[in-house]
Structure formats: C-alpha cells, structure tokens
Write a protein that binds this ligand. Structure first.
Ligand SMILES: CC(=O)SCCNC(=O)CCNC(=O)[C@H](O)C(C)(C)COP(=O)(O)OP(=O)(O)OC[C@H]1O[C@@H](n2cnc3c(N)ncnc32)[C@H](O)[C@@H]1OP(=O)(O)O
Ligand SMILES: N[C@@H](CCO)C(=O)O
Length: 378
C-alpha cells in the first residue's frame, strides 16, 4: 500500500514523495517501514513501458538530476547528461531519479521520524547497504508501474547501484551504464570514509547523533569530513592547475593559520557549503553502505557469478585521473562481465578533473552514453 505525501508540479518537473508501507527487508536482517522515497520524473512512460531510465545518484547527490536544487538554487547535478537534446532525453525517455534511502532529501533516513517513537531515528536508523538502496528503488518502480528498465545509469555511488541492479533484478534491467565506479570498496576507500566519520563523531555537537531537537548540528565535523572527501574527488594535476601555490586574497604569507592558500580557502568553502545541504548522520550511514559494498562477496566470492542470470548490456566508463575508483576497478568489472558472457563495452576517458569528471563538461562522456543508449534503441 502506498500513500502520496507530497506532489508538486513545478517548471522543473514533477516533485514527489511517496510513502510505501514496506516493510523493506534489509541486508542486515532488519526491516524498514514505512519507506519514504522522494523522487523526480521527467518525460512519459511509453504505452509498452519500454522507455524507462533510472538515474542513480552519488553519495551526496539527490533526486534533482535535471531540476534546480530547492536548497541551493543550483541546476540539477547532471544537467549536462539529462535534458532536452541530451543523451537521456525526456522527449524519448521516462526518466526517474530517487533520493537514496539513508539520505536527507526526502527519502527515509536518520533524520526521518521513527513511527515507533515519534522522534527522529538518528543512530537508531538501520544500517543500510547499496543493495538496500536498490531494493527501495524497486519498490518505487513497482509503485510507478515500471516493470522493466530500459537502462539504469549512475556515476560513483550511483554506478554501484546501477551495477547492483542486474544482480538483484536480472529480469528488470536491459542495459546498465556504470561510470567512475567500482564493484567493491577498497581499503583506501574505506580509510578515507573512516576519517570523515571520525571527524563527525568527534564533534561535540554530534552527541551520539541526537542533535535534531535543538538544531545544533555537528557542522565542524561534517565540514572537515567533506573537505577530506572532496580532495579524493579531484586530481593532483587539476588542483595544481586551478590553485597551484597561489595565495588567497593576500600578497604574502601571514605566518599564521588563516587560509593563506587558495586551495585552503576553496576546501573551507566546499566544507561550509556542504553543511548547509547535508545531514551529518546521513553522511555516516551512506558512507557505511558504500564501505560494505562488495558485489563478489555477496556472490560466493565471484564477481562473474553475480551477473550470470542477467541479459543486460553493460557500458563501463572510467577516467584516467580518477584515483578514487581508478580504471583498474572498471577493468575488474569488465573481466567479470566477459566471464559471465555478458555484452560489455568499456572506455577510459581522459580528463584533468579526477573522479568528479563525470559531473563536469565532458563531451566524450555524453557521446559514449548517447551511443550506448541508441545502440540498444533506449
Ligand atoms: C553525483 C551526484 O549524484 S550529485 C553530487 C554532486 N554534487 C556535488 O558534489 C556538489 C559539490 N561538488 C562540487 O561543486 C564539485 O566540485 C563539482 C565537480 C560538482 C563542481 O565542480 P566545479 O564546477 O569545477 O566547481 P568547483 O569545484 O570549482 O567549486 C566551485 C565553488 O568553489 C568556490 N571557490 C572556488 N575557488 C575558491 C576559493 N579560492 N576560495 C573559496 N571558494 C572558492 C566557488 O565560488 C564555487 O562556490 P559555489 O559552489 O558556492 O558557487
Ligand atoms: N562529488 C560527488 C561524487 C562523490 O562520489 C558527491 O558528492 O556525491
């Protein structure tokens, strides 16, 4: 049973939030119910239901893939890829993008009210996995009457969800685009996330996660977490080109600890602006889900095994300057897909921008995605 919590027509598309009764069975053995999912759609579902495309967002992303973010006023995070005349086009596709569970943009997460207590879940929210996020998306598709996905597409953590889709729902996915992603979190990936989590939990305002009542949020810890993480989304060459050792608004070093360097000022800005749009507990939960992610582990240690039931076509894209999920991780996926007999294409693109290149201007990426989708008539 589902109830619509909010539906709002806007010039940016349809903003919606639905409450699904659940319960959703989670990887941990716990259950979640009701399950709120905030999502946006663009375009119309064909009469034969053959043109649905699910876009999956990354760690701090949201459902506003091609619509203005209501909090920041910024354009949708993938406006370069999704929109009229773009590879994913509402004139041809029925496009769905949902906020992942665990997040803080309207889907169930630690800031949501626990129906059992009437208070925010905070750290009583169940620990999630990427598979749980995908299962929640499948509930949403059921609600929307979408039986099959012409394509599921995502970058970074979005790519993890996209890759998980055909492993959990092999009959529901025709094609899968995985960009700047991986099939499992490495020790280094986990290590960076742990730094961020510890920064949040060391903030006296965190208070075991129970900070919602007075609004005194652990801003300092969350900002530091974002600063550390943001470095991993960039490349050394990109940082050097953008900032080098240039000073910020001064002619000489201060011999103090102000943001003397432009790169320091930039990182502080990234940290502070992040706090305005994200919840610290959600950051803990989503990074944990990413750390637990290991598709092979869930399939007897064999990544190829995970895809044996799937008939999907796959497109893998990596970036040469991405050291967070480097090309070697995509190659591992491609080898597994080949071993499972899946149809898989792979390209490493050149970009100075590191991991976040998929969010920036990259005509080659658009060409690759466009060609792949059209190749399958999506
Ligand atoms: C993938 C998903 O699913 S969605 C989630 C993705 N979205 C995000 O990650 C949002 C935050 N991330 C970013 O902004 C990423 O850097 C990107 C890749 C998305 C955007 O990159 P770019 O367009 O190159 O922006 P850039 O990294 O230069 O940052 C620009 C910001 O830094 C600020 N800035 C630049 N230089 C400095 C400086 N020296 N001192 C202080 N601030 C600075 C700019 O004023 C601008 O601020 P604003 O965002 O508040 O307007
Ligand atoms: N910069 C993006 C991608 C990180 O993987 C985000 O914050 O979600």
């Amino acid at each position: 049973m589902a109830s619509i919590i909010a539906t709002e027509d806007s010039r940016f598309g349809l903003r919606r939030q639905v409450r699904l009764a659940g319960p959703l069975n989670l990887s941990s053995g716990a259950t979640l119910g009701p399950v709120d999912i905030a999502y946006e759609t663009y375009g119309q579902l064909d009469a034969d239901g053959s043109n649905a495309i699910l876009i999956c967002h990354a760690l701090t992303g949201d459902q506003y893939v091609a619509s203005e973010h209501p909090g920041t006023g910024k354009p949708g995070w993938w406006w370069r890829m999704v929109g009229e005349g773009k590879p994913v086009d509402p004139a041809r596709h029925f496009i769905i993008c949902a906020n992942v569970i665990g997040s803080c943009m309207g889907s169930s997460g630690p800031a949501s009210v626990d129906p059992a207590t009437g208070d925010p879940y905070a750290m009583r929210f169940p620990v999630l996995t990427i598979a749980d996020m995908v299962r929640a998306q499948a509930l949403l598709l059921d609600h929307l009457g979408v039986a099959r996905l012409s394509a599921v597409i995502g970058g970074s953590m979005g790519g993890m969800q996209a890759l998980t889709w055909p492993t959990l729902f092999p009959d529901r996915v025709e094609s899968c685009v995985v960009i700047a992603s991986t099939a499992r979190h490495s020790a280094q990936n986990i290590a960076f996330h742990e730094v961020g989590r510890q920064a949040i939990m060391a903030d006296p305002q965190w208070r075991g996660g129970d900070y919602y009542a007075d609004g005194q949020v652990p801003s300092a810890g969350l900002a530091v977490a974002r600063m550390a993480a943001h470095i991993t989304y960039l490349s050394e060459a990109g940082l050097t080109e953008k900032f080098g050792r240039r000073l910020q608004g001064r002619d000489a070093k201060t011999f103090g600890f102000d943001a003397d360097f432009q790169v320091e000022s930039y990182l502080r800005h990234q940290g502070l602006s992040f706090v305005d749009r994200f919840d610290a507990n959600s950051y803990l939960y989503i990074t944990r889900a990413m750390d637990y992610y290991d598709i092979a582990e869930d399939h007897g240690g064999s990544l190829a095994h995970a895809f044996t039931a799937s008939k999907a076509r796959f497109c893998l894209v990596s970036f040469d300057t991405d050291w967070l999920y480097p090309t070697t991780e995509s190659r591992i996926i491609v080898h597994a897909l080949n071993a499972s007999g899946a149809q898989a294409s792979f390209v490493e693109l050149s970009s100075p921008f590191g991991h976040d290149a998929f969010l920036l201007e990259c005509p080659e990426l658009n060409r690759v995605v466009d060609g792949f989708l059209k190749g399958g008539r999506a």
